[in-house]
Design a protein around this ligand. Sequence first.
Ligand code: SAH
Length: 366
Amino acid sequence: MKPILFNFTDKELETFVTDMGLPRFRAKQIREWLNRGAPDFSVMKNLPSDLRTKLDENARTLPVKIVQKLESSDNQTTKFLLELNDCEQIECVLMRTTYGNSVCVSSQAGCAMGCRFCASTLLGLKRNLTINEMFAQVLIAQWELRGDKFNTKEIRPNGDPNNNDVSHIVVMGTGEPLQNTENVIGFLERANNELNISWRRITVSTCGIVPGIDALNTWGRPINLAISLHAPDDELRTQIMPINNRYKITEVLDAAFRFSDTHNRQLMIEYILLGRKNQNGETELFNATPEHAEKLSNLMRGHNVMVNLIPWNTVDERDFASISGNAVHRFQDILIKNGVHTRIRRERGADIGSACGQLRLKNAKK
Ligand code: SAH
């Protein structure tokens, strides 16, 4: 396995460089490129080309290597298939939006949670990602936006196609972040510190691991918390999310409201609207009937929440169906009538398999 220079301390990088018989200042030059997210050595223009070749033979730059890059048809979403040093693969998504550039970061290779509607968990959990492996996903996106135009001083407004800053991070890729809480916290501290991404532009999404939510509370940063709820009662939720056997809805919501109240943040609730085909091939509403909307409203009442309704994105191996736009709006109207803030999530990158729940390990593809 080639060493990953990004993981080296400054001292180690210097030793590596001098061991190659190079002057010490090369270490500094290389470090600058690494901090910009240089995906390989060939882009390091201030190094002689034979040195770049030699480095390439002996080392890797970042702890994630781009294996494949997919661009959505509207050019707003880029999905990266990334390989880790032990050959595990993960995905990461860059979304260019009117409010800024957002990176969807994976926290684990695979996932152990077993949610019945999601692609990420099909092959189970491989392992937790390290702080550097998460941080490098953001750098990859930053490089995509900015390339080697690193010192640009020009500030461009959000929504400008030439805006070249990562402004938002959502930990909503593959994996359950609160099974890897310590590294996720370490990663976000660095993103805030080194990339200046403010806490308010960071969102961590969880299927509801209560001790993890409490740990975020103790950590004390005013990030946004999102809860993948997807059902308004325990009986239904247990059918689609095994984690509900462990932590019941009220426990999860209590912990989440504690977090959002303490930090004065609006809590985000994610709710996929699921249908199921019956024997006649018609789609029946699974968690999206008017009664479900009423029950969900009751859980939300009196709290500062935003319910994000997510039309289900197709996962071939999964036994669900999308519901009609009308059914989505009927559901939403009930929430609105009950005074619950809600919006329908605009899906990004469904044509390249990068919408919510479609991220997966590469070899899990049919
Ligand atoms: N494990 C964390 C982080 C993943 S976030 C969590 O559960 O929150 C990914 C979001 O996409 C979650 O809200 C997840 O429930 C949702 N999702 C999963 N499969 C989906 C699908 N097929 N269509 C739409 N959303 C899906």
